[in-house]
Design a protein around this ligand. Structure first.
Ligand code: TPP
Length: 284
């Protein structure tokens, strides 16, 4: 773990504070880039913070450490959401993101594993991350390694058939060392998931594919800690999916649950309002 908190209470307070800092950085990156996938960046902040600060066995000073846990952001358009978390935990300095998504910047909208320390897989074309997680998990088993693979998917992304082929094979190969996490914010690029391609009954689908399931509030740090501190044994044969109910645009009043904020830019006035909304979260 990458924090010095003494107990759960202190850890929750610490991560809630970080969630505000990270969301502010997301807003700043979107301003720098002239636009970005802000809605889905803001919906996964607590998930990423719990994973990177507390759950993953990683070393930001040694990003390629052989026995690290692997984390794949399958919803690769969430680059603006994950990069500030990677900088917070120490993979690189904030200043490296000063030209985010500009010509020749190492930081594009979709993070590149060859340019951004801490990124285990280049993603952006949706529907591939879980298959990669399956491959990594089989590889770990074959090499008798005890590291885990985690794959964060979007709920709209679960429209992709390849997600379900991967789900089927994870059970077939008995990959209890694989955990899928779904950012269930219920919106995708151009409308509600339920209207574009309904995925309900979502939990039942995973169960039907042989997975263990947990459904939690993806903004509730305690709930996230409860689930991820109690993962199945590494040699278990049943993969786990954690469906995290979240709010797209979380924390910014005019973005929450609004489809058009899947991707957007901010002018001076909306930036100010966004940062003000986030600061108000400190007292909640
Ligand atoms: C294969 C593929 N098809 C289409 C897209 C374009 N696209 C980018 S984001 C997005 C919506 C994804 O929705 P969701 O997974 O729910 O993401 P979130 O709402 O969490 O941002 C789409 C269709 C893509 N990146 N890859």
């Amino acid at each position: 773990m990458l924090h010095n908190c003494k107990d759960r209470e202190e850890l929750v307070r610490f991560l809630k504070g970080k969630a505000i800092d990270v969301r502010k950085k997301i807003i700043q990156l979107v301003v720098t880039a002239g636009g970005g996938h802000v809605g889905g960046g803001l919906s996964m902040t607590e998930i990423l913070l719990v994973m990177y600060y507390h759950i993953l066995n990683i070393d930001p000073k040694n990003p390629k450490k052989a026995d690290r846990d692997r984390f794949i952001l399958s919803k690769g358009h969430g680059g603006v959401g994950i990069c500030p978390v990677l900088s917070e935990v120490g993979y690189f300095d904030d200043s490296m993101m000063c030209d985010f998504n500009q010509y020749l910047s190492p930081f594009g909208m979709h993070p590149d594993m060859n340019k951004v320390p801490g990124i285990d897989m280049s993603t952006g074309s949706l529907g591939h991350g879980l298959s990669i997680g399956v491959g990594l998990s089989i590889g770990a088993r074959l090499q008798k390694q005890t590291w885990r693979s985690f794959v964060l998917l979007g709920d709209g992304e679960c429209n992709e058939g390849s997600v379900w082929e991967a789900a089927m094979s994870a059970k077939h190969f008995g990959l209890g060392n694989l955990t899928a996490i779904v950012d269930r914010n219920k919106l995708m690029i151009d409308g509600p998931v339920s209207e574009i391609m309904e995925i309900e009954p979502f939990e039942d689908k995973w169960k039907a594919f042989g997975w263990q399931t947990k459904v939690i509030d993806g903004h509730d740090v305690n709930a996230l800690l409860d689930v991820f501190e109690n993962l199945p044994a590494i040699d278990s044969k049943v993969p786990l999916v954690v469906i995290c109910n979240t709010v797209k645009g979380r924390g910014i009043s005019f973005m929450e649950n609004v489809t058009k904020w899947h991707y957007g830019g901010l002018d001076e006035a909306t930036e100010k309002q966004a940062l003000g909304d986030l600061e108000k979260m400190r007292n909640t």
